[in-house]
Design a protein around this ligand. Structure first.
Ligand code: ADP
Ligand code: ADP
Ligand code: ZN
Length: 213
């Protein structure tokens, strides 16, 4: 199963990806997580990407496409994968189509989690992420069992540097101008599917599993 989670920053893509991993036993490919790992490792690519991320702007397509090309070639992607936060521009979507067609595979579904802008700021400012595995929690809407500790791996929960009210505005703008055009692209491809992302985490998961069944 080759899936893509689509939606605004904070729509719940990372949260729902964890449930898809468990159910289908396929890896999550989060370009945001890969970029943050590169920053932690202080690689040249990470240091360059950091400037864009801290400003709430998209990292250049060439960097992102290179990351995905390498990642899809890894053996754990053989039985499928969950794209999370990629593609975010038309150029990335076109590059993905070409990559996948070269691999003789295709996308089964693009799952859009629809959440209006008004709810996004609260989601992002209350987000806490695991410093080890990247899992997402929310202080109010999706709290971890133990405060500041990841339910999945016990890692420390932290606030992402770009998760502040100012940066959210630029990230939402980038989403509407650069990413939203992909709705049309994937609708025409016949794989686009929309879910109400404002429901509780468990309800969204149930709707998603129903839609995939
Ligand atoms: P969120 O879902 O909250 O937007 P992500 O972890 O997906 O967070 O992304 C964090 C940042 O990483 C983005 O704001 C952007 O700067 C960069 N980024 C991640 N994925 C991409 C991508 N596919 N194209 C361009 N930039 C990306
Ligand atoms: P994305 O990967 O799309 O940027 P996340 O999965 O990190 O989004 O979710 C953003 C924030 O919203 C996190 O704090 C998460 O715990 C919370 N969240 C996720 N899904 C829901 C939901 N259905 N209702 C309320 N809060 C949610
Ligand atoms: Zn963790």
């Amino acid at each position: 199963m080759n899936l893509m989670l689509f939606g605004a920053p904070g729509a719940g893509k990372g949260t729902q990806a964890k449930f898809l991993i468990e159910k289908y036993n396929i890896p999550q490919i989060s370009t945001g997580d890969i970029l943050r790992a590169a920053i932690a490792d202080k690689t040249d690519m990470g240091m360059e990407a950091k400037k864009f991320m801290d400003a709430g702007q998209l990292v250049p397509d060439s960097t992102i496409i290179g990351i995905i090309k390498d990642r899809l070639a890894e053996s754990d992607c053989k039985n499928g994968f969950i794209l999370d936060g990629f593609p975010r521009t038309l150029a990335q979507a076109e590059a993905l189509s070409e990559l996948m067609s070269n691999m003789n595979i295709s996308l089964d579904k693009v799952i859009s989690l629809n959440v209006p802008d008004e709810l996004i700021v609260g989601r992002i400012t209350g987000r806490r992420v695991c410093s080890k595995c990247g899992a997402s929690f929310h202080v109010e809407f999706n709290p971890s069992k133990k405060e500041d500790e990841c339910d999945y791996c016990g890692g420390e929960l932290i606030i992402r540097k770009d998760d502040n009210a100012e940066t959210v505005i630029s990230r939402l703008e980038a989403y509407h101008t650069q990413t939203a055009p992909l709705i049309d692209f994937y609708t025409k491809m016949g794989v686009f599917m929309e879910l109400d992302g404002t429901k509780d985490v468990s309800e969204v998961t149930a709707d998603m599993f129903n839609a995939l069944a």
